[in-house]
Ligand binder design. Sequence first.
Ligand code: GDP
Ligand code: MG
Length: 441
Amino acid sequence: GFESLTEKLSAAFKKLKNKGKLTPADIKEAMREVKLALLGADVNIKVVKEFVARVSERAVGIEVLESLTPAQQVIKIVNEELCQMMGGSVSKIKVSSSPPTIVMMTGLQGAGKTTQTGKLAGLYKKQNKRPLLVACDVYRPAAIKQLQVVGEQVGVPVFAGEQGESPVSIAKRAVEHAKRHGNDFVFLDTAGRLHIDEVLIEELKNIKQAVNPTEILLVVDAMTGQDAVNAAAAFNEAIGIDGILLTKMDGDTRGGAALSVKHVTGKPIKFIGVGEKLSDIEEFHPDRMASRILGMGDVLTLIEKAQESFDEKKAAELEQKIRRETFDLTDFLDQLRQFKSMGSMDQVLSMLPGVNASQLSNAKIDEGALAKTEAMILSMTDRERLHPEIINGSRKQRIAAGSGTRVEDINRMLKQFEQSKKMLKQFSSMGAKRRPGRRGF
Ligand code: GDP
Ligand code: MG
């Protein structure tokens, strides 16, 4: 993902780190590096120029404050401007005052429309809505089948047309069907083509005219960088879109699309697709993305994910413990178990500040290792779990014998515990969002 951009930006800021006062030359030099970093990430050149101009202007005016070093102030400005560049705040899907809310999904072939349509419907279903999926891509029989499979997986019904029925007619009948059956959200999965052409635009315009969608979302593939941005601009011009769903953010994207598309099209990113699984969709938070890009991790998304998959009370307790630094081995075990239920461990860890790719490969939790850890922790006394520092050589031998493991295993596990505690501590100080200047550096 954004590793390279993050690295280059932090290199640029590092040079400012020990300066008590920034000269115009310092700022100019740092901005030159920021510019190169953004261009290297495939951000639109016009966007980069405006961005650098704005940050420079603000940075030159900064005064020496007691609470923040000049470098921290520059980072704060960059953070705020990055966030602004991506739309500033969260943009939600509009909801119709006379249901159903009709969401028309558009995009080029392969962008991820069908998958994301299913993911979105699943998201609304989780919020106790009654979505309906509609197969308007009639040109490939496989497309209808694909939507049906996805629908089944998220537990949302799929409306498909008759043999030879036009997309316009299907869309209209689906909306009628939704009204009769009490479906409050209708998601239209439309056909795409490899390139934007008149046939595609004509069809989308016709569907739009026939059902008057509440929201037209454009699905674009983040991995295609500036092509995605250009496609978004073209779609917006031709049919008018309300927002963007940026897919494949889990892939090898340099970040250019995420950073430029709002600025170029004027339309906000509303959701991002972060994987092939149907749960891999997130609301787009410009502020969180900015801090992710700056290598500050994305603590809020992590906490939200945690809350989704384990119960809120537990998540709140964990957060409290981390903050009070009373995180012990029992919590560690609890956390390992819960992480397992949160899905991919690397995905979770990649949101933590300061975690890089090489650390990720070491962080995979396999079932066997979890069972072993469980056995070891269960073989400890309460006092040992609360105060792991008292576990000396003879205690280790006793625990190993009790859990059918070896002393090396105990040592490894304790080390893991310490590491995760350290990481969590970092994560909790980052979590203090309301004091932005105190983060990082
Ligand atoms: P459509 O032609 O626009 O309907 O695209 P599909 O929904 O069929 O998706 C095309 C391919 O992209 C499929 O293999 C999907 O699994 C994959 N895909 C879609 N969204 C994502 C995503 O967010 N991350 C990743 N890694 N793959 C995705
Ligand atoms: Mg499709």
